[in-house]
Design a protein around this ligand. Sequence first.
Ligand SMILES: [Zn+2]
Ligand SMILES: [Zn+2]
Length: 128
Amino acid sequence: MQKLTTQRQAILDVINLSDKHWDADEVATALKERNNPIGIATVYRGLAALAELGLIESIQLADKKRYERASKDHHDHLVCQVCGMIEEFCKTEIERLQEIVAREHGFEIQDHQLLLFGICKSCKTGEK
Ligand SMILES: [Zn+2]
Ligand SMILES: [Zn+2]
């Protein structure tokens, strides 16, 4: 594997820190807090490159991409359009149905993302 630049390694380290779904601004802030500030344009390019290499996962939201560590088990996402909360789920039946749909179309799935957009429980009930 090609060696990562120091900057890309630093970005990867931040993503791997937690289970969060990071956007570029949050990664830049975390880098600054770790006394390793990297310009936002470089962070954007680094995130795209790391996702391309399969070292992190990207999620395409309506307005931007978010990234998470690639070492998690497969899962899909619930996205709250009020507060931005992202929750993970994995439903065996859904995974299985996708395989059936693909087979019916003579299609071979290589990857998939399922995003459900809506309003989370606490935004709906006003409870936090
Ligand atoms: Zn919410
Ligand atoms: Zn996730």
